[in-house]
Design a protein around this ligand. Sequence first.
Ligand SMILES: Cc1ncc(COP(=O)(O)O)c(C=O)c1O
Ligand SMILES: N[C@@H](CCOP(=O)(O)O)C(=O)O
Length: 469
Amino acid sequence: MRYISTRGQAPALNFEDVLLAGLASDGGLYVPENLPRFTQEEIASWAGLPYHELAFRVMRPFVTGSIKDADFKKILEETYGEFAHAAVAPLRQLGSNEWVMELFHGPTLAFKDFALQLLGRLLDHVLAKRGERVVIIGATSGDTGSAAIEGCRRCDNVDIFILHPHQRVSEVQRRQMTTIFGENIHNIAIEGNFDDCQEMVKASFADQGFLKGTRLVAVNSINWARIMAQIVYYFHAALQLGGPARSVAFSVPTGNFGDIFAGYLARNMGLPISQLIVATNRNDILHRFMSGNQYVKQTLHATLSPSMDIMVSSNFERLLFDLHGRNGAAIAGLMDNFKQGGGFSVEQDRWTEARKLFDSLAVDDAQTCETIAEVFAQTGEVLDPHTAIGVKAARECRRSLDTPMVVLGTAHPVKFPEAVEKAGVGKALELPAHLSDLFSRDEKCTVLANDLKAVQAFVSQHGNRGKPL
Ligand SMILES: Cc1ncc(COP(=O)(O)O)c(C=O)c1O
Ligand SMILES: N[C@@H](CCOP(=O)(O)O)C(=O)O
């Protein structure tokens, strides 16, 4: 399998090199040159497989040539064997033909564990083989950071730096990052927002002099391996609900467009998905595109669903690439213009093509709380605010009541007590045993100005097990 850049000017890479990359050298994102496609019979034959075996079948074509089958199987068994629920990603019924897929049974209680538990193990495997050390710089609006630290903390050959927006993540999210100590773990709170953090990561790929020759690796969903791992649970859900003989629809709480892009790929790989709903909070650039063909930046607002407080949505570029017939030059033009502050629309036929599959809704904080309260009254289940946005969008945008609707349950509500409290849900939520002392643990974090040079200097000073590179 070879991977190509969405901007058409970077060399094609194999899986191992794509895993150890982030942005392509031309500023684009890597995507498979040719997507594998499974027949309906093949997909049907996977019904009832344990999660790690399904994962092997879905992801194998992407890693072929780089990771041996036996190694990959072992890594997957270890990865998903550590999840707290036997089904790994259980479906919980909310209403008639309406389900939440609970993606929060991994160690950090959010869907990011599906990919980052795997990514950490893959990095360990590949770096040990190559005898190479790397630096990771990641940006988080709350969940990627702790999942990446948890996934990579035991990697001998990695120093990891996580940038989060100072005072704009929940206390549980912050503590999940800052209470993990290790000479290779570095938390930095940036006096800015998530987009500032993400831009610093991207700028660091463009100019790596400060790393003095050490390779820079991404843990954000710009890294193809993140998206690859997230494709699996779409198959897992559909197979339990009568797929592939029957179509399934998904509603996906969306920020960086990674999770929903994985659903789009699952469909292109042969899974019958009839509808994908882009569910955003007040930071609604993706909803404005889907509903009105306008991709225009606006001010970023802090909301009760902080993990989706994102305006510059990285993976949207991967969709645009397909919508433009995989024309890298066209994407480079659009993205350059967007970076200079200009928004854009795409040609009407390209937008109409997207709308055949995608619908969207923006949900504000009041509606988020109303939905948490409504679902609690109906079922006794407490939703986290991101999942609640998915449920609200599913209920508003659903095209057919006969098609099962699966909402991606992206985080555990215990991570967001403020929203749950505001919703008036009078049910006490408890942290699981492995996090029960979270609020009494010491924290370690460095606050830095919203300044790329300051961050790069910090990385350069601490990038070798806490010592200078
Ligand atoms: C809890 C939660 N829900 C939804 C999202 C949105 O996912 P994506 O960025 O892949 O669209 C995120 C992070 O981005 C998240 O942490
Ligand atoms: N919501 C994310 C933001 C980063 O997105 P990613 O999927 O590109 O890592 C977070 O919680 O950090």
